[in-house]
Design a protein. Structure first.
Length: 73
């Protein structure tokens, strides 16, 4: 979920827009943003957004769901 939040931040979504997109509360998004800031040792949300934009390609690669080789009949 944190990777998806970071991905949406990179795309310019607001906290409320992220919450609506992911069908979670704004408080949940706030929680994930704070976890990301702690893990990345970033103190300001604006710096987290800058990080997300600068690393957008890497974030997008890790945000994709795993491909399944099984065929559903």
């Amino acid at each position: 979920m944190e990777t998806k939040v970071l991905s949406l931040l990179a795309e310019g979504y607001s906290d409320k827009e992220i919450a609506q997109t992911l069908f979670v509360s704004a408080r949940t998004v706030y929680f994930h943003i704070n976890n990301l800031k702690d893990k990345l040792q970033i103190d300001k949300s604006s710096h987290l957004i800058k990080f997300a934009v600068e690393n957008r390609k890497l974030i997008m690669k890790t945000d994709k769901p795993a491909q399944s080789n099984s065929i559903v009949k």
